[in-house]
Design a protein around this ligand. Structure first.
Ligand code: ADP
Ligand code: MG
Length: 729
């Protein structure tokens, strides 16, 4: 029997878990499970503490002799909290996070059982790497990979049920040196940005010795009842619904956004927030989103590598905690057709070790010029490498969102707001040789006062832009909700690093020719502004006009993942990543291959599940209902009623037959397309076949299935319906 009705029954009558703060202050929970500076101070010797802090600060290798001491301090801290096992925690290229647990427990040669955690175990492990994607790297070179401790992200204790594990954040690399995870390239991009940005900062402030990228993400997600989710093979296997008719009430009324949070979800939120706080994830906001059943949370921003870890952790924590509440969190970009999808805005900026946000408008002419420099360089970076930014957010899930009239489109552009657009236009329009009062005037603009005022006024906010300046940071809005932020952030850090390097080269060349520094900077800014104009767009990104205009400007509009991903292996990308020491050519090609393969697998699974649902659920329900109608028609006839009395039933039987036929034919054709795609060896060609051929049947099959859902008797429909999943809690 279908689980739909028992699930609805359970939803009606079952117990709902209650969770709340119970009078606890957030600060009393915060970071209690993190081996942070404070815990280090307490549990490490002075020598070990200093050496660890120095290596974190300067991103240097840890003094090997200290590792044993640090490991034993960490173990003592963790054991006091009831931890028995440790794990190297990393972020492989597919899936969210990976852990392999080992116990501290060991038996010495004389048979004594003791607990040990030494420096070797802290620094390096060899997970069974063969099951992680490698894009051919390990197959050709070296069979093994290893995880290596990343001291820049603090160790933490993960609680699962009653078990507690000490997790060591690590990077995952092949023995031949290629990175196999999200984290290693991110760290390299952070280093590249640091170097380039510090050098440019020297023009303005000699005290700056470190620049870190900062990230504040906003995570959107859906929450639905677990029993209902379990009744849908598509949600279980693909994380999104492949069929299902839109409910009569969708988001037309827009009554969900900032509405009161449903009690059951609120309970869940308070629960996962508390778990997050223990892990040091500084969650700050929670609210309903636009679609029914959709919500969002966001933390206070942090240094980018920590923020990336925290987002991965959060997704994991949310998924686990939801189970306690018999709920299911959907992190997919488009779980339901016809209602908004989910994104993960990445708010990004750069901060100096002197406490300055480089994208916050300054208060003096000099700091204003510094702001303009980093602002313009970021825009130039987006202009020069828009295709790479687009590639960095490409995934099968995000394809449903980008350009679907809700999220930002697949066309990359930058929104600056009218005030700053004018400032840039001003700077650009003055083509001349000497620095004069007008330049002086620009530098004296009260940018820092104007921008916040303009932002208060909502008209100067553009919610449709994929990359928008929002007062003191850029907001990259096109990132998908299930993505690991590291992918897009690695690209952003790298392209801005490159722009800053180019910038410095030009400024230095002018200064060498005898130009005053400020003038050289202004000249170069002017050139950068002129060169990056076509990427700026202040209008409505959802409109058709923009698509036309963008095409006219020569901006790319890659609508699908296989197309978009090509930018990763274009010559410019290879040069960019190689010269900034982020990826070797082999690493890039491997990554490209892995991403294509992931795309293929996702669409392949969706095609299988769609075929299964259509054949094993939808068609039998339709046929059963049709049989009911047929007996009814026969019955009416047998009691002597005229033909006319069963006209509606006969008509329905015919309509149902039509849909059944269509579904059957389309499923067969889809299976055939899959077979043909599967024999294509080249991954690019195979991904394109899945994208253009296999996937092209999805909408048709869905269309006929959704029509049947409207016709077939409710009692016979086996799959939980949209209104049940989206509105019942
Ligand atoms: P709004 O979206 O209304 O502007 P906020 O200004 O609070 O709201 O910022 C939204 C997100 O931007 C938050 O996640 C916040 O942490 C992040 N954010 C704010 N300042 C920065 C910054 N300098 N760098 C990175 N992220 C930031
Ligand atoms: Mg936002």
């Amino acid at each position: 029997m279908s689980v739909r009705f028992p699930a609805l029954q359970e939803l009606q009558n079952g117990d709902k878990k209650i969770a709340h703060y119970n009078g606890k202050k957030v600060s009393s929970l915060f970071a209690s499970h993190v081996f942070n500076t404070r815990a280090m101070r307490e549990w490490l010797s002075d020598e070990a503490y200093k050496s660890l802090m120095a290596s974190i600060k300067n991103a240097q290798k840890l003094d090997r002799r200290m590792a044993d001491q640090i490991a034993s301090g960490m173990k003592a801290w963790a054991e006091e909290k009831g931890v028995t096992h440790f794990s190297h925690w990393f972020q492989p290229l597919t899936g969210t996070t990976a852990e392999k647990h080992d116990s501290f427990f060991t038996i010495k040669s004389d048979g004594t059982a003791i607990e040990i955690f030494d420096g070797d175990a802290l620094i390096q492990q060899e997970p069974d790497a063969s099951s992680f994607p490698n894009g051919g790297i390990r197959a050709t070179f070296e069979a093994r990979g290893y995880t290596a401790w990343d001291p820049s992200s603090p160790a933490f204790i993960m609680e699962t049920g009653f078990g507690k594990t000490l997790c060591i954040p690590t990077i995952f690399i092949a023995y031949s040196g290629e990175s196999l995870d999200h984290k290693a390239p991110l760290l390299k991009s952070i280093a590249a940005l640091n170097k380039a940005a510090v050098e440019v900062c020297q023009y303005f402030d000699k005290n700056v010795s470190k620049v870190t990228a900062t990230l504040g993400w906003e995570q959107e997600y859906f929450v639905i009842d677990e029993a209902l989710a379990n009744g849908r093979a598509d949600l279980v296997m693909c994380g999104r619904t492949l069929i299902g008719h839109s409910p009569a009430k969708g988001q037309q009324l827009e009554d969900h956004y900032f509405g009161s949070i449903p009690e059951r979800v609120f309970s869940f939120m308070q629960d996962f927030e508390q778990e997050s706080y223990k892990l040091g994830i500084p969650l700050r906001t929670r609210h309903n989103e636009v679609a029914p059943g959709q919500f969002e949370c966001a933390p206070i921003f942090e240094e980018i590598n920590i923020a990336v870890d925290h987002n991965s952790l959060l997704m994991d924590v949310m998924t686990k905690v939801a189970k306690r509440h018999k709920l299911r969190v959907l992190l997919h970009e488009k779980p339901f057709a016809g209602v908004n999808g989910s994104g993960k805005h990445n708010n990004w900026s750069m901060a100096t070790d002197t406490g300055v946000n480089l994208l916050a408008p300054g208060k003096t002419p000099r700091t204003n010029l510094m702001f303009l420099t980093f602002f313009v360089n970021t825009i130039k970076a987006v202009h020069d490498h828009a295709d790479l930014l687009r590639a960095s957010i490409a995934s099968a899930g995000n394809d449903h969102r980008l350009g679907a009239n809700e999220a930002p489109p697949a066309i990359i552009s930058a929104y600056l707001g009218s005030y700053l657009s004018n400032v840039l236009d001003e700077v650009e329009s003055r083509v001349k040789e000497k620095f004069d009062e007008q330049d002086e005037a620009i530098l004296k603009l009260d940018i820092h006062k104007q921008i916040p005022e303009l932002l208060m006024d909502n008209t100067d906010r553009n919610r449709t832009s994929p990359f928008a300046f929002t007062g003191n940071k850029f907001e990259f809005r096109a990132v998908g909700s299930s993505a690991n932020c590291a992918g897009p952030m690695t690209v952003l850090n790298t392209i801005v690093a490159q722009a800053l390097k180019d910038f410095k080269k030009e400024v230095d060349a002018l200064v060498e020719k005898g130009e005053k520094k400020e003038i050289a900077i202004l000249h170069t800014l002017r050139a950068f502004i002129a060169a990056s104009k076509k990427i700026r767009f202040e209008g409505d990104n959802y409109s058709d006009d923009w698509a036309n205009e963008a095409a006219h400007r020569g901006l790319s509009n890659f609508k699908t993942t296989p197309e978009a991903l090509k930018a990763y292996v274009a010559d410019e990308a290879k040069e960019l990543f190689f010269s900034n020491n982020i990826y070797s050519e082999r690493e890039l090609e491997a990554r490209h291959e892995i991403m294509l393969e992931e795309y293929v697998k996702k669409v392949q699974i969706e095609a299988r599940i769609l075929g299964y649902l259509a054949t094993n659920h939808v068609l039998p329900a339709a046929i059963e209902y049709q049989n009911k109608l047929i007996s009814n028609i026969a019955g009416l006839k047998s009691i002597g009623l005229p033909e006319e009395s069963s006209r509606a039933q006969k008509n329905l039987v015919g309509v149902i037959s039509g849909h059944i036929q269509q579904i059957n034919d389309k499923v067969e054709a889809m299976i055939e397309a899959r077979k043909q795609a599967n024999v294509l060896d080249d991954m690019q060609t195979r991904a394109e076949a899945y994208c253009n051929d296999v996937r092209s049947y999805f909408d048709d099959i869905r269309y006929h299935s959704d029509k049947l859902e409207l016709i077939v008797e409710d009692k016979l429909w086996p799959l939980p319906k949209y209104r049940e999943m989206l509105f019942l809690r």
